[in-house]
Ligand binder design. Structure first.
Ligand SMILES: NC(=O)c1ccc[n+]([C@@H]2O[C@H](COP(=O)([O-])OP(=O)(O)OC[C@H]3O[C@@H](n4cnc5c(N)ncnc54)[C@H](OP(=O)(O)O)[C@@H]3O)[C@@H](O)[C@H]2O)c1
Length: 302
């Protein structure tokens, strides 16, 4: 099968399109003919060596797939021919290739209203948003702040928080403020302004940025609130008493993808795909993702 792999850590030039054996599903796993693979910042961080693995080179990458089941070794779960989407378990990737193996429990039916490319944009980013809202125990009527609401995780987080009945504030650069309004954000805030100083204290912050953004988020929370950070660990030097702070690490979850798929098919969650590139342009996708300006998601098709 055709696969994008790399044999040393480095910049985009280490990515190579090569012929690899089709993987074999172990007990409980499913073999998926990959129609599209989502691109996440994790992909280029892994390629650069920032994420540990005990596997030898060449390493496969990519964690989001949408495609058709071609074989299964699972007693339960999808059947051969089903159209599915799902996230591979961390840290070992394998979505930038014609066939991928996933645990049956990581898969859900592809939302009927989405193309394969749109469906591949969903799993890792939407599950991160979903699990972050769970970790913050967001309930109807609470106020949620999402940093970088126009990004991959951010655009799902704002919509999923709205679907849970929250009042949503989100930051973005000026070019994305209308996009945030279209997603249903109640208070879009220009991240180049000092607009966050004026917001009411929130119950939850979803921090997709880290660094100073994380440090400055503590004072935006009300007592009993939760700071959920994604790119890096909590910086203990800035922790504030009376507020929960934790890093969420996303995990595959087919059941949650079922629920997210229902929200998508009911028109409550929109999937924004900025660009779709062929497999041999994976390096371009990584370059664009690393630039940090992507609205929604990038996707690779096979
Ligand atoms: N812990 C986990 O399990 C987990 C899971 C998923 C993602 N992550 C991490 O979370 C981060 C976000 O992931 P993602 O997929 O949402 O990334 P992304 O899609 O690449 O985010 C892009 C967005 O970030 C905004 N942005 C760029 N630079 C910014 C800055 N300096 N300040 C504020 N906003 C900025 C841009 O919007 P504007 O131009 O409108 O600001 C852009 O739309 C990444 O570091 C990723 O590795 C962690």
């Amino acid at each position: 099968m055709r696969a994008v792999v790399f044999s040393r850590y480095g910049d985009e030039s280490v990515l190579e399109l090569s012929e690899r054996p089709v993987p074999t599903p172990a007990a409980g796993e499913v073999l998926v003919r990959v129609r599209a693979a989502g691109v996440n910042p994790l992909d280029w961080k892994f390629r650069e060596g920032a994420v540990g693995t005990d596997r030898p080179f060449p390493l496969a990458l990519g964690w989001d797939v949408a495609g058709e089941v071609v074989a299964t070794s699972a007693a339960d779960g999808p059947a051969v021919g089903d159209e599915v989407y799902g996230m591979l378990p961390l840290p070992h990737g394998g979505a930038y290739q014609e066939f991928a193996v996933l645990p049956a429990s990581a898969l859900a039916p592809k939302p009927v209203g989405l193309s394969f490319a749109q469906a591949a944009a969903v799993p890792l980013a939407a599950l991160t948003a979903w699990q972050s809202l769970d970790a913050a125990h967001v309930v109807p009527g609470q106020r949620v702040l999402v940093h970088a609401g126009a990004g991959g995780v951010g655009h799902f987080a704002v919509q999923l928080a709205k679907a849970r009945g929250a009042h949503v504030t989100a930051t973005a650069s000026p070019r994305n403020l209308d996009f945030l309004r279209r997603l249903g954000v109640d208070e879009p805030v220009d991240r180049t302004s000092d607009g966050l100083h004026a917001i009411e204290p929130v119950h939850a912050v979803i921090d997709t940025i880290g660094g100073r953004t994380q440090q400055e988020s503590w004072r935006l929370l009300r007592a009993g609130g939760a700071l959920i950070t994604l790119p890096e660990a909590i910086d203990e030097a800035y922790r504030v008493p009376g507020v929960q702070g934790q890093r969420v690490i996303v995990a595959p979850d087919g059941k949650a993808l079922h629920s997210i798929g229902a929200l998508i098919d009911n028109g409550l969650v929109h999937v924004e795909v900025q660009d779709v590139l062929p497999l041999h342009k994976a390096a371009d996708a990584h370059r664009t993702s690393k630039n940090g300006q992507v609205r929604g998601k990038l996707v690779i098709t096979l």
